[in-house]
Design a protein around this ligand. Structure first.
Ligand SMILES: NC(=O)c1ccc[n+]([C@@H]2O[C@H](COP(=O)([O-])OP(=O)(O)OC[C@H]3O[C@@H](n4cnc5c(N)ncnc54)[C@H](OP(=O)(O)O)[C@@H]3O)[C@@H](O)[C@H]2O)c1
Length: 240
């Protein structure tokens, strides 16, 4: 059943080099989907392509803050397959610090990756789905996209923005069967936390494998309805 859902589906996983993205890639590829992946770290990207038997020509180096690069990738993929069945945006940047330590440059960087990057992806990959009147787009605003936390002003600004943007786009797609899902994850143990200067107990976090499994689960859902959101949090940090 699970395999049938994904067999021959055209799936793009953006941020496949990350903790959640790489686990998602493995599961989706096992489901016999036709998988395209992106990342910025080209070495990691080819390792992931190789490990999952994804042809090199379906693994793309991409910085999602570069609108022209996103548009060019969309053209390349659409010229091969028409439209994607599933777009998974697992790319993002983290930063958690009190307001007085948050510089404007860092604020802009988070907005550029987490919000404008997601905008570019949907701007260029959604129209063919809209025309076909079907498809699935999964974004990961995380719980800080709808609940506050001390030290999260800049990160939450980008993720609340993503949340609002997806909900507004959903209004534009109501006459289609394009499904937009927001996945609200609490802390996931991945490289995301390596450069975050905050005392956290990563042992108690959701593990990246389980987070990848949640994305895979969303991709298994039948197209007769839409999972508009899903929330998964560590037991010891339930903010929603
Ligand atoms: N980990 C958590 O606790 C948690 C909780 C809730 C939500 N989330 C969200 O889940 C998503 C994935 O997080 P993760 O835990 O897997 O983080 P991660 O392991 O740090 O991976 C981040 C991914 O984003 C990519 N990326 C970063 N900046 C990019 C850019 N400018 N252009 C293209 N790709 C870029 C990275 O690519 P390269 O490595 O190739 O540069 C990497 O593939 C993010 O949106 C994050 O905000 C994470």
């Amino acid at each position: 059943m699970a395999v049938e859902m994904l067999a021959n589906r055209n799936v793009l996983i953006v941020g496949a080099t990350g903790g959640i993205g790489s686990e998602t890639t493995r599961l989706i590829k096992n489901g016999q989907a036709n998988v395209f992946i992106t990342g910025r770290d080209t070495k990691k990207l080819s390792q992931i392509a190789k490990a999952n038997n994804i042809p090199e020509e379906q693994a793309f180096s991409l910085d999602i803050t570069n609108a022209q690069a996103v548009e060019a990738l969309a053209d390349t993929i659409h010229s091969q397959i028409g439209h994607l069945d599933i777009l998974i945006n697992a790319a993002g940047a983290g930063y958690l610090n009190p307001l007085e330590k948050t510089e404007a440059d860092m604020f802009s960087q988070l907005i550029d990756v987490n919000l404008k990057g997601a905008f570019h992806l949907m701007r260029y990959f959604l129209p063919p789905m809209k025309e076909a009147k079907k498809g699935l787009v999964i974004n990961i605003p995380g719980v800080l996209g709808k609940a506050p936390m001390a030290g999260a002003a800049a990160y939450s600004a980008s993720k609340y923005g993503l949340n609002g943007m997806v909900k507004s786009i959903r209004e534009e797609l109501k006459r289609t069967e394009v499904r937009l899902t927001n996945l609200y994850l609490g802390g996931v143990d991945s490289d995301f936390w390596d450069n975050i200067d905050m005392r956290v107990n990563r042992d108690k976090f959701i593990n990246a494998k389980e987070a990848g499994r949640a994305v895979w689960f969303l991709c298994q859902q039948p197209a007769s309805g839409v999972v508009s959101e899903m929330v998964i949090q560590p037991f010891n940090h339930q903010v929603i």
